[in-house]
Design a protein around this ligand. Structure first.
Ligand SMILES: *Cc1c(COP(=O)(O)O)cnc(C)c1O
Length: 413
């Protein structure tokens, strides 16, 4: 069966059980947005929610809102909503700080659990911030702690009695390859190694079962598939069995057992609260909660089915419609092994991406040569995929990418 007409695509959209969600997002007319894995779209409910928080809670009730609007528990409350998407208990997740900072906290927690082991292990080509945070911690330790990077397929073999922590991204940001969380966690535990899973490209995008995998720690972003807005708070998961064993490295006052006793001595709070640090950003947390409230109306299996189908369709149309233009899939072709994105390498990847963005199809480019397209099954349609591939085809046929304006690199790609 070949799905080559736009009418066939229209039928897929008409039969889509999630189609009603698209209308809950602000989607600029004429734009095909396949970058929800970098910055999710704005839910229509978010501006009103923020207006209430700003005008009433902040503007009118002022400082009282820490109690009356329960601002103080927002990180716990919103964390509990994220917990439902990642197979965690409500009191194992908190929204706090950025993913980078939470990586640092989780690495340090693992070091405390790992006695005198001294190697922080990750894969080459992991998302840079994760590795940079490892390098910073090595520096802080005065050289006692080492950062070790191996090729992705060698990670399990590299686990040994010196390994203090394994840090992996569950769905790789470039290739979209999804790791077997349960199997890798088991291998690591067999060697006595706690694992940190970075769920930045997983939370809200693919089914995740942290407790089913016996995971130790996890972190992830609020502004990608969770639609929390630019710079939204990130989240941190710590398995219940570890929470009380860890003295938080970033021992800020809001992770204290009794912050309002203003004691000179730090005493960590019970449970997940000790992973909080300073005063949470209430506006950002409110926007993240609005995004989660939309997502939690959908069932994850339905999201997964649709995102797999969108990816399969993209790969297939690229093969059928753009096969002669030199694109090589850089993601697994089997949807089971893939997160909610596809990617392709092409020697003119940057310029091609700029040319299609100029025509209203937004994906992104990741050096050195990857074009990446993310699927947010709540608001992306099968027709988005059709339009994206037709736009790529037109840009290739017309050589529209071959324009100096599209070769100039912007600060953010
Ligand atoms: C996007 C992303 C981050 C981003 O970290 P920030 O601290 O929010 O800038 C971290 N890790 C991975 C794997 C990501 O994809």
């Amino acid at each position: 069966m070949s799905l080559c007409t736009r009418e066939d695509i229209a039928k897929l959209d008409a039969d889509d059980p999630l189609k009603g969600f698209r209308n809950q997002f602000e989607l600029p007319p004429g734009l095909v947005y396949l970058d929800g894995n970098s910055l999710g779209c704005l839910p229509k409910s978010t501006p009103d929610r923020l207006a209430t928080v700003i005008r009433e809670e902040w503007g009118r009730d002022l400082i009282r809102s820490w109690n009356t609007a329960d601002w103080i528990n927002a990180p716990r409350r919103v964390g509990a909503k994220i917990a439902r998407l990642i197979g965690a208990a409500a009191d194992e997740v908190v929204t706090v700080d950025s993913t980078s900072i939470n990586v640092f906290k989780a690495l340090n927690a693992c070091l405390q659990l790992s006695g005198d082991r001294k190697v922080l292990l990750s894969e080459r080509g992991n998302f840079p911030t994760d590795v940079y945070m490892m390098q910073g911690l090595s520096m802080l330790s005065g050289g006692r702690i080492e950062t070790r990077l191996v090729d992705g397929e060698d990670v399990v073999a590299a686990l040994d009695e010196d390994t203090a922590a394994l840090l992996l991204t569950h769905v790789h940001y470039k290739t979209g390859r999804m790791r077997d969380m349960a199997a890798i966690t088991k291998h690591a535990h067999d060697k006595g190694v706690p694992v940190i899973w970075d769920l930045s490209h997983s939370a809200g995008a693919v089914p995740v079962n942290l407790n089913g995998a016996n995971a130790d720690f996890a972190v992830g972003c609020g502004y990608k598939y969770l639609n929390g807005g630019p710079g939204a708070p990130a989240f941190l998961f710590a398995a219940t069995r570890h929470q009380e064993k860890v003295f938080p490295i970033l021992s800020g006052w809001l992770g204290h057992a009794a912050p309002f006793e203003f004691d000179d001595a730090y005493r960590p709070a019970a449970g997940i609260d000790r992973f909080q640090c300073g005063t949470p950003g209430i506006l950002g947390t409110a926007a993240l909660e609005a995004g989660l409230d939309v997502m939690l109306q959908a069932e994850m299996p339905a999201l997964r089915r649709k995102s797999s189908a969108l990816g399969d369709l993209f790969l297939r149309l690229m093969d059928e419609r753009c096969g002669e233009f030199g694109f090589t899939p850089a993601c697994p072709e089997d949807a089971e092994e893939r997160g909610s994105q596809v990617s392709f390498s092409h020697e003119h990847g940057y310029a091609i991406m700029q040319a299609i963005i100029a025509r209203g199809v937004i994906g992104d480019f990741r050096a050195p040569d990857i074009l990446r397209f993310g699927f947010a099954p709540l608001y992306n349609s099968y027709d988005d995929v059709w339009q994206a591939v037709e736009t790529i085809r037109a840009v290739m046929v017309e050589r529209a990418w071959d324009d100096p304006a599209f070769a100039r690199r912007a600060a953010v790609t």
